[in-house]
Design a binder for this molecule. Structure first.
Ligand code: MN
Length: 488
């Protein structure tokens, strides 16, 4: 596809979105189109592919305007329609839920999983993240109670999602923006604390930078040295973990050494350890053993002669790019016609659980080249064996495929499970043999007089519910034996 045709395609999308959102305004008073255009810009900055950018422009049209999915499909093809549909489904699912404070404890985590399950194509989640980022950047226009709600949800769901996709820069921006709204006082306090600390460390940091630079040059290692400022929210979380003891925070000051290849990473580590005393137990090799989200680096904490504690993070350029931009970076790389060698290197250092990214890249590339792609294959199905069902109040429970109403009841609470008299699924009376399906709203009817029945064993699918029921049956059996004894 040529550059000009791609331009006109996204320009056509802008025209369509403008018309669809005409006479709609944001809380800031600006025309609504400002928002989809900002989302477009963010997605471009992340280096996303054209279909994702177009879907970003159109992401609010199905929910908020009279535009239909068919029209989008006709104008921009299956792939764009699929993405817009995904984003719309995500926000519909979210609207059905209550304030995050009142979720069941398990639900917050499930929401994240739900997002991933619903976002069959990971690009749906990336659009959602761009959408959230812009909403957060303009959050001051909302009333305070709304601000808090959006900010909290960002900390609970969207920042962890960014982390899961190893989008480090995004995670930091989202969580710091949001934290400011959740706890302004604490945010200001920690922010000035970090600034003060950095100011104090400035001089000795300069000295360390010079020493390290000279030593690396002497060994003929190509490098880039950059400082990293600790994010306010991650300091807040760390302090909470360490009983607010600043003495336990060793990474307030960190320097990143970015080099050409893995060998140089280990060489640089050795050089740094020859200059300063490494702190015991603080050397972490995330190159040999990447984090779950694919993050790679060598970390070490050292103490200088004047007792400064500095963390070093050593990584290659690719690892650095991937640490900051994560999943989006892999799309970006795909745009830059890779050499075969590089491609191999990339696959090699992606951990197995992230190999789907590579698969997705290939698929995305095919789509861009206008080749036919089986859309079903694009679905990642990370939770293929799971279904998510709702309580009438909007809490989400995850259950294995094949689960029955009693599994649901016992998962809620054994008190509920033991007293089931019936079930309503999606508002209609149903029966205990009915397999639950993705997205069902399940209401369990109970009665105090009901007791657990051994016939229920046939109406149970999960080991968890089975164990609960067997336990209840044993109890009621011994109770009735006691009653018999007494009646004699
Ligand atoms: Mn939006």
């Amino acid at each position: 596809m040529t550059e000009t045709s791609s331009l006109s395609r996204s320009d056509r999308a802008i025209e369509l979105a403008k018309k669809a959102h005409e006479n709609q305004f944001r809380k800031t008073g600006e025309p609504y189109i400002i928002h989809p255009l900002a989302v477009k810009k963010i997605l471009e900055e992340w280096g996303m592919d054209e279909d994702t950018i177009i879907a970003g422009i159109l992401h609010d049209t199905i929910e908020d305007t009279s535009l239909t999915l068919d029209e989008i499909k006709q104008n921009f093809g299956e792939s764009v329609a699929f993405l817009v549909d995904g984003v719309t489904k995500l926000s519909t699912a979210r609207n059905g839920m209550r304030d995050i404070d009142t979720y069941l404890p398990a639900t917050k985590d499930n929401f994240l999983r739900l997002m991933i399950a619903l976002g069959d194509d990971i690009r749906v989640l990336i659009i959602k993240l761009a959408d959230r980022l812009h909403n957060l950047r303009t959050l001051s226009a909302l009333p305070p109670d709304k601000q808090k709600k959006v900010a909290k949800e960002t900390l609970e769901v969207f920042a962890p999602l960014a982390d899961r996709l190893n989008m480090g820069l995004l995670r930091v921006e989202l969580s710091d923006l949001a934290f400011k709204y959740v706890d302004k006082k604490r945010y200001d306090e920690l922010k000035s604390l970090i600034e003060k600390y950095n100011k104090q460390a400035e001089k000795s940091l300069k000295k360390i930078e010079t020493e390290v630079s000279e030593a690396l040059k002497k060994e003929k290692i190509d490098f880039r040295l950059v400082g990293r400022v600790k994010s306010v929210y991650s300091l807040h979380k760390k302090l909470a973990k360490h009983n607010q003891n600043m003495g336990e925070i060793y990474d307030l000051t960190a320097l990143r050494v970015i080099v050409n290849d893995i060998t140089d990473c280990y060489l640089a580590l050795g050089i740094i350890h020859s200059l300063y005393t490494p702190m015991g137990g603080r050397i972490k090799d995330y190159i040999a053993k990447p984090k779950q989200n694919g993050y790679q680096s060598l970390h070490t904490t050292i103490i200088t002669k004047d007792k400064r504690i500095v963390e070093f993070q050593i990584r290659t350029h690719e690892m650095h790019e991937y640490a900051e931009r994560g999943l989006a970076a892999s799309f970006y790389y795909n745009e830059q016609k890779l050499t075969e060698n590089y491609k191999k290197g990339k696959i090699e250092h992606l951990p197995t659980n992230l190999l789907w990214i590579t698969e997705l890249q290939t698929t995305a590339a095919k789509l861009r080249e206008g080749k036919k792609v089986d859309l079903k294959k694009l679905k990642l199905n990370l939770f293929a064996d799971k279904i998510f069902v709702y309580t009438p109040k909007g809490d989400i429970l995850d259950l294995p495929k094949g689960a029955l109403p009693l599994d649901f009841a016992y998962k809620l609470h054994s008190e509920i499970g033991d007293h089931v008299v019936g079930v309503k699924i999606n508002g209609k009376m149903s029966n205990l043999n009915k397999k639950l399906e993705q997205g069902d709203v399940v209401e369990i009817l109970t009665s105090k007089n009901q007791t657990p029945k051994s016939t229920w064993l046939d109406k149970i699918f999960t080991p968890h519910a089975r164990a609960k029921l067997l336990h209840a049956l044993r109890l009621s059996k011994s109770n009735s034996e006691t009653t018999k004894k007494w009646s004699r």
